[in-house]
Design a protein around this ligand. Structure first.
Ligand code: SAM
Length: 194
């Protein structure tokens, strides 16, 4: 999708015309295998991928067209800008952050996505009972992220039961084949007055 104005909050109807359908957002959707599998499984929901690399965006679009999906869109844009400035308030039921770049070198840690501003933006764009789902193979990044998320008072840590359909992503497949451990976390927007 191409926003009509990159410098204003997007109207909900511009994201998807059926604004009553739950919207799930995949931040850094890569080649889109997860997003496409979810959009196929849940036609009653809408899915938005955000990805900065053009080649990957094109791959998602190709897969979406091959599957004639009308409930999937991809936005080619920087993640922090997208969630902090572009997406409308309370537009999403779930936000997925799956295997974000861990930026392992200390001098690059400031490029890591999960920080307090990120958490504030999450809570602004999630619905009242919205969820944030996070996976990584990088233990040190996971611990740092958990520390930030635990200290953020507007999100509650909840168990990630495996009863839900949750497709394996391309990067998850790579790391699992290499025998790496996968770290997961699921948070829910704290109930008002709690
Ligand atoms: C390690 S890959 C994971 C892709 C996919 N989620 C998966 O699990 O297979 C991280 C993805 O996030 C994208 N990405 C990283 N930082 C980004 C940013 N600041 N804005 C937009 N996309 C970003 C990268 O281009 C890449 O496709």
């Amino acid at each position: 999708m191409v926003p009509s104005d990159y410098f204003k909050k997007l109207p909900k109807e511009e994201l998807f015309t059926e604004i009553d359908k739950p919207l799930e957002i995949d931040l850094g959707c890569g080649d889109g295998s997860f997003l496409v599998a979810m959009a196929l499984k849940y036609p009653e929901k809408n899915f938005l991928g955000v990805e900065r690399l053009l080649g990957r965006v094109r791959k998602v679009l190709r897969k979406s067209e091959e599957n004639s999906l009308s409930n999937l869109k991809v936005l080619r844009l920087e993640l922090s800008y997208t969630i902090e400035w572009l997406l409308p308030d309370h537009c999403a039921s779930r936000i997925h952050l799956l295997f974000p770049d861990p930026w392992p070198k200390k001098k690059h840690h400031k490029r890591r996505l999960i920080n307090e501003s990120f958490c504030e933006a999450l809570v602004k764009i999630l619905n009242q009972d919205g969820e944030f789902l996070f996976k990584t193979d990088h233990e040190e990044y996971f611990e740092e992220s958990m520390n930030t998320l635990q200290n953020f008072s507007l999100l509650d840590h909840i168990p990630w039961d495996n009863e839900d359909y949750y497709p394996v992503t391309d990067f998850e497949r790579i790391w699992t084949n290499e025998g790496k451990e996968i770290f997961t976390a699921r948070y829910k927007v704290k109930a008002q007055g709690a």
